[in-house]
Design a protein around this ligand. Structure first.
Ligand code: UDP
Ligand code: MG
Length: 330
């Protein structure tokens, strides 16, 4: 199948959104200047999402789908979609219609102007909780200060990427994927298209607090070594403080008998402080070492239980290092 555009949509329990998503996407696809395929990636949904995807695939040949054998997470689902996408330009968007399909022509237009990455940047978030807004606001700004690459603020995974960029992402074997970071890392000509982030169309948020926190830690650890250096700084600060305290003790010993630095309190406080510094440092080390361990095991990124619409691409299925046998691949 020769196609110009691929649209990748990760899906985790989104049965309430799929019909509307399809309706709005098809409207947009029909007006694009080339053939398009829609790749729905089922991230181990437990509702009727997969059944709906099968049904759409049957009635519309442009719809292809992948189904994971369990929930692997949003970033992995997007990665799988990128592994299988065949278009010259690949668009990634959420299933809950927070990323408006109607923005796709604007992304495409920038691509045609010669940009290899066109990311959608939020100007505002409509009707999301203040906690989410505040944490997201600070997260993107802190990450930007700490990361080795310039990751644009207030951008999610909603973007268009040129084939060259997608091919590069596909060669990156790392398991702890923060796609926004990797996308910034590859370089090329990148630009933003501004949009207002709409509220969820239906259903509840699938990015639980735990998943969001894991993503935030992943992005920091994956793109910055500042946390590692933090323990050095803390150690140096503790050393400076203890030197100062030593001098003070000497001073008090000689000049003010009846020193205030007696009693258990100060000792307890110091012991706790140093204990905390050490534990935090070990924790930070652990984050990095745990990731080294994850990478070294080299397990496939995901396992597929079902594939629809990729007949001619069994080789691609193998290069995707997924654990599906060829006869299963339709
Ligand atoms: N998602 C997924 N796997 C997960 C969690 C989420 O594929 O484990 C998908 C979800 O179906 C949606 C997108 O990722 O299409 C974004 O999820 P959500 O809308 O819950 O997150 P937020 O809007 O807070 O970024
Ligand atoms: Mg959402």
């Amino acid at each position: 199948m020769d196609c110009r555009y691929s649209i990748v949509v990760p899906i985790y329990n989104e049965e309430a959104n799929i019909p509307e998503l399809y309706r709005r996407l098809v409207d947009v696809i029909d007006r694009l200047d080339g053939k398009a395929e829609l790749i729905l990636v089922d991230d181990g949904s437990r509702d009727r999402s997969l059944a709906l995807m099968r049904q759409l695939h049957q009635q519309d040949a442009r719809i292809c789908y992948l189904s994971f054998a369990r929930n692997f997470g949003h970033q992995v689902a997007v990665t799988a979609g990128l592994n299988f996408a065949r278009g010259r330009a690949v668009i990634v968007m959420d299933a809950d219609l927070q990323d408006p399909p109607e923005l796709v022509p604007a992304l495409v237009q920038q691509w045609q102007q010669g940009y290899q990455v066109v990311y959608a940047q939020r100007t505002q978030r409509i009707r999301e909780s203040w906690l989410k807004r505040v944490t997201a606001y600070w997260f993107y700004r802190i990450l930007r200060r700490l990361a080795d690459v310039d990751i644009p603020i207030d951008t999610g995974d909603f973007c268009l990427m040129d084939r060259r960029v997608v091919d590069l992402l596909n060669t990156m074997p790392e398991r702890n994927r923060y796609i926004r970071g990797l996308r910034a890392w590859v370089g090329f000509r990148q630009t933003a298209v501004l949009f207002d982030r709409a509220p969820r169309y239906a259903g509840s948020v699938k990015y639980t607090f735990r998943k969001s926190l894991a993503l935030a830690i992943n992005s920091l650890v994956g793109f910055s070594r500042v946390p590692l250096r933090l323990s050095t700084y803390l150690g140096l600060a503790a050393a400076a403080i203890s030197l100062l305290m030593g001098l003070l003790v000497l001073y008090w010993r000689f000049f003010t008998p009846g020193s205030p630095l007696t009693g258990y309190t100060i000792i307890t406080v110091v012991v706790f402080f140093l204990g905390a510094v050490q534990l935090i440092s070990i924790g930070i080390l652990g984050e990095y070492i745990g990731r080294i361990y994850e990478e070294i095991k080299g397990r496939p990124l995901y396992t597929l239980s079902e594939v629809g619409g990729f007949q001619a691409h069994s080789t691609r299925i193998q290069t995707a290092r997924s654990a599906i046998s060829e006869d299963e691949a339709e």
